[in-house]
Design a binder for this molecule. Structure first.
Ligand SMILES: *Cc1c(COP(=O)(O)O)cnc(C)c1O
Length: 383
């Protein structure tokens, strides 16, 4: 059996999305900036994709900036607003200790450029304290960035409350909504900037959006022909935008039914895995994404677990795919207060629309045996 349980890392492009994108490679290949009919056709389809994306997110089409993914969108939102803020003498940003590296490493780079960053801690479940955000805001704070839901532990943050506070205090609010989009309802009313990625919702890789509300001043990072309202130059990737819009439309359409179905599978998985002795669930018991389960198993290494599961046909992750190869304990799990040894023995199982109950049963059959066999050979067991 082949069981893919790494849907937080990426998802397969769904058939409807492939079909929607297909014409834009060879048949409708025009440059959306050209004045002839090939160009006009491409432009029309690009703008339709923009309108569809905007209407699902309930923002204006002119507030949708297509990017090469969420990494670019996160970089753009933080660095682009920082360049404007510096001219106004503001240099402080607020974020959390559990952000994706696209946000954390952008923040760290901004620190090397003379900006100040406050990294807020989280509680044992991965929740950010709204009060602490409010207290951290200074006179020179220009932006707060808090993810909507965490990619490793699935904790859903109180991002709407934080957005409201920021709006009242006249501070920009950015959220990395990559894992939340298509999983929880999102109200963008008080959100100034929002990043999303197509490949986490059954769309193509290298395709994302930064929502930039019209009140937001942002400096472009990529200069050129003035595409995307002068905010992000480069010949528009029409296929990518069409694929993203289609993926988003379908994700929203299926959101409630998939929430019900995957919650049941996830809970069965969690209940079953917690039967294994010396196992803990990481993240929040209820405020968590319907497709996320993250565990720590004492005495074993997550990496060995992943490899053993892979031999049994189960694809899982130790946490964030980007940081897996370097074997450093996850910054998210450490922020929850786990000891490095506990953080090392972690496993993320993230469900998707293609997973079935039979697959969950199979995992529950295999995983306890794999954990037991690894513990038998573990030098840490019994300590
Ligand atoms: C995957 C992911 C990203 C990066 O998105 P890309 O489109 O792969 O660049 C950023 N933030 C979170 C929370 C993610 O899960």
């Amino acid at each position: 059996m082949k069981v893919y349980l790494d849907n937080a890392a990426t998802t397969p492009v769904r058939k409807e999305v492939v079909e929607a994108m297909q014409p834009f490679f060879s048949e409708k290949f025009g440059n959306a900036s050209s004045l002839h009919s090939f160009g006009v056709e491409a432009r029309n389809e690009l703008e339709k994709a923009r309108e569809k994306t905007a209407s699902i997110l309930k923002v204006k089409p002119s507030e949708i900036i297509f990017t090469s993914g969420a990494t670019e969108a996160d970089n753009f939102s933080l660095k682009g607003t920082a360049l404007v803020a510096r001219k106004e003498g503001k240099k402080h940003l607020i974020t959390t200790a559990i952000e994706h590296h696209a946000v954390l490493h952008s923040m760290q780079w901004l620190e090397t450029q003379g900006f100040d960053v406050t990294y807020l801690p989280v509680d044992e479940f991965g929740l950010v304290d709204v009060e602490q955000v409010s207290e951290a805001i200074r006179k020179d704070t220009f932006l707060v960035s808090v993810m909507a839901a965490n990619n490793e532990i699935g904790t859903i943050e109180p991002f709407e409350e934080i957005a409201k506070i920021c709006s009242e205090r006249n501070v920009l609010f950015h959220t990395d909504a990559v894992q939340a989009i298509g999983k929880i309802p999102m109200d963008l009313k008080d959100i100034d900037l929002l990043s999303l990625s197509a490949h986490k919702i059954y769309g193509p890789k290298g395709s994302g959006v930064l929502v930039v509300k019209e009140n937001v001043q942002i400096e472009p990072l990529i200069h050129g022909g003035g595409h995307e309202f002068g905010k992000r130059s480069g010949t528009e990737n029409v296929a990518s935008a069409v694929g993203l819009a289609k993926a988003l439309e379908l994700a929203e359409k299926e959101r409630e039914s998939e929430a019900k179905r995957q919650t049941a599978l996830r809970d069965k998985l969690i209940d079953g895995v917690l039967q294994i002795p010396n196992t803990r669930l990481n993240g929040h018991p209820t405020k968590r994404l319907f497709n996320n389960a993250n565990f720590s198993f004492s005495f074993i290494e997550g990496e060995s677990l992943i490899l053993r599961l892979n031999e049994k046909g189960i694809a899982a992750s130790t946490g964030s795919a980007c940081s897996s190869p370097n074997l450093k304990p996850s910054h998210v799990l450490l922020a929850l207060g786990l000891k490095p040894s506990e953080a090392h023995g972690s496993l993320r199982l993230s469900l998707g629309r293609n997973n079935t109950e039979e697959e969950i049963d199979y995992v529950l059959e295999v995983l306890p045996l794999v954990v037991e066999s690894l513990r038998k050979i573990s030098p840490f067991a019994g300590q």
